[in-house]
Design a protein around this ligand. Structure first.
Ligand code: SF4
Ligand code: SF4
Length: 227
């Protein structure tokens, strides 16, 4: 049995043109969304993933970011250094010293895993994105360049007023309060070089020699036979 074919509507001449003009009129009355980049810089959200900044001072060369990077585009070189014992009889320690830290942004897929896994807050997102290069090799950013990006990282947003106080700030506040309480509890210690209040009062009561007299004495010529 043959399938039934739905009847086609008769086409009105010029209906396609009318529909096209209707679309044009609708679009003309809407606000334009075209970004005038590069004449006008785009207003990017603060958490934009533009480029990765390295805060070298926080990096302990644990290699976690390089191991977790799915693209293997983080290159880290380091060597070990022996730190002498801090106290007599103490143990020497060894620490990692960073020699090279580079990210190849030609391979990076901006997943953010390296930033998430870094346990020492050494990597951050910066919204900067204007680092296109004509040579692909220049997209490998070495530690100096990654440090430069660090200064473009926006400040973190303020905490929610109802949020719990961060552990670091709570610990610092408690230490400051403890020190202030200890200082208040200590009796005032007199400096050995500072005269006592009674001595200062006695010295103020004693008559002082006029300065003119002393000058006259010193200006007198030496008599013969003076020792
Ligand atoms: S963002 Fe992802 S791909 Fe890029 S360096 Fe970090 S872990 Fe690797
Ligand atoms: S995970 Fe963080 S601390 Fe460890 S090597 Fe990477 S940047 Fe440095």
């Amino acid at each position: 049995m043959a399938a039934s074919v739905p009847p086609t509507r008769p086409r009105i001449p010029g209906s396609g043109l009318a529909r096209g003009l209707a679309v044009t009129l609708r679009t003309m009355t809407k606000k334009t969304v075209t970004e005038q980049y590069p004449d006008v810089q785009p207003d990017l959200p603060p958490r934009t993933r533009g480029v990765i900044g390295l805060f070298e001072e926080n990096c302990t060369v644990c290699m976690l970011c390089a191991r977790e990077c799915p693209d293997w585009c983080i290159y880290i070189d380091s060597h070990k250094e022996t730190v002498p014992a801090a106290t007599p009889g103490g143990r020497e320690r060894s620490r990692n010293v960073l020699d090279r830290f580079a990210i190849d942004f030609a391979l990076c897929m901006y997943c953010g895993i390296c930033i998430e896994v870094c346990p020492f807050d050494a990597l951050f997102w910066s919204p900067e994105f204007e680092y296109a290069e004509t040579d692909i090799r220049d997209l490998t950013h070495e530690r100096d360049k990654l440090r430069e990006w660090m200064w473009t990282v926006p400040a973190p947003p303020a905490l929610d007023p109802a949020a719990e106080e961060p552990k670091e700030i709570a610990a610092a506040r408690k230490t400051a309060e403890k020190l202030a309480a200890q200082q208040e509890a200590q009796p005032e210690v007199q400096s050995p070089t500072e005269p006592h209040a009674d001595e200062q009062a006695r010295a103020a009561e004693q008559p002082t020699r006029p300065t003119g007299e002393s000058k006259q004495q010193t200006d007198q010529p030496r008599q013969e036979g003076d020792a």
